[in-house]
Ligand binder design. Sequence first.
Ligand SMILES: Cc1cc2nc3c(=O)[nH]c(=O)nc-3n(C[C@H](O)[C@H](O)[C@H](O)COP(=O)(O)OP(=O)(O)OC[C@H]3O[C@@H](n4cnc5c(N)ncnc54)[C@H](O)[C@@H]3O)c2cc1C
Length: 461
Amino acid sequence: MTPAFTIQALSGWGRYPVELCHLFRPEKRSEVAATMASGLQPSYISRGLGRSYGDAALNKDAGVIWHALLNRFLSFDRASGILECESGVSLAEIIHYFLPRGWFLPVTPGTKFVTVGGAIAADIHGKNHHKDGSFSNFVLDFHLLTPTGEVMRCSPASNPDIFWATVGGMGLTGMLLAARIQLRRVDSAYVYVDYYKAVNLEDALATMEESDERYDYSVAWIDALATGKNMGRSVLMRGNHAAGTELPARLRESGRGIGGNSGVPLRPPWNLFMDFPSGMLNRLTVTAFNTTYYALHRTAARQLVGFEKFFYPLDALDHWNRMYGKRGFVQYQIALPQASGRAGLRTILDRMARSGRASFLAVLKRFGDSGPGLLSFPMRGYTLALDIPAARGLVPFLHELDRMTLDHGGRIYLAKDAVLRPGDFAAMYPRLDGFRAIQRKLDPKRLLSSSLARRLRICDL
Ligand SMILES: Cc1cc2nc3c(=O)[nH]c(=O)nc-3n(C[C@H](O)[C@H](O)[C@H](O)COP(=O)(O)OP(=O)(O)OC[C@H]3O[C@@H](n4cnc5c(N)ncnc54)[C@H](O)[C@@H]3O)c2cc1C
């Protein structure tokens, strides 16, 4: 049977850009192969839950294969915590079913509505990168459908070159069908969190540097609009998993967490059902929000916080991206190396604060060592993420930030990017040639492509 598709306007989470794509919705792994072999489209790209921000899971006027219906658990070893599942399983589904059994994700992003395939393809990082590295460290192996129709089992020991090209490879080496991942044993659904109010960037970085090793998780909300002696003022949130025995009796007996229900819903409980007017998140409103947020937080030790609130505060509101209005927004996330990172952060924050633009949600964290993934984003140093509304002049402004990032030896996260240029991209990813050589062998007829790949010429040899 000829695979069916619909023509749909799709976007990433930032809703910028929006493009017409030809969307396929396979329900079985065999249908993915049949679609790729059908000759219906000039090229194809995988799509998970569309939580990358820009155009990574878009393929303008060509094929997009949606993996979210391939969401079966295949096996679970309750002694070792090794889970085998299809690539469209979401992290929310994993937590929902396995947290009550005492297992959590080894690495999780700031939303649980991403698929295992998307997590591998972007080699995602979490608040524990400084200790545990990125998602690929916990991927034992995966099955990759390559453009020639072959299904390859890849692991760090078996087809390692393809494994390390695929993690972080943004879907351009093949379609992930299934993976085995190592879950993390936990004793409760709570984290003990220390909050620290840093008066400026120096204070925030010095505190992180001095204390991060004592925490499983460490992240900072940062006021990206503060200037002068307050530049970079932040609220640090650093936490460790709480042992079950440490919980107060009322929580132990509440039925939430291990042995009860996960307390982590499969769908967001609330929905932002309409677009805010574009421009509502502006310099004035964001400054007011930042001032209030900073004022409301106190330095406080050992606060017991539930998983949902600590890891996924934004997941409570479905479609929160509508706050930015129809024009959407860009999340600008950079990694900067340890040596030049402080200077780079200062330069970027200063430029941001002087730009007249508003960054509503800004996050700062330290990264540990980079992994072997050829296009993986993290590098030892720092990462800064800024949400910036799409408005006139945004693209040249971001190109200016790209230049500053490059000047400090940094790079842009492809899972968030919407505007980077090919030359800057190539300069930021020194292992690109190695990636291209493997990609070309796997995809001689160039059947895999995406709007991101074409914009950045990722696969051009
Ligand atoms: C609120 C929020 C917070 C976030 N926080 C973080 C964070 O802390 N750390 C972090 O690293 N990221 C973070 N992200 C980004 C997100 O984790 C990544 O973009 C992730 O890749 C999204 O997964 P997805 O299933 O939605 O994939 P999509 O966005 O649909 O696709 C992303 C990429 O993966 C590829 N892909 C998807 N499925 C497959 C498959 N089966 N086979 C091959 N390739 C595939 C696509 O082609 C595309 O290139 C955040 C995103 C949001 C919205």
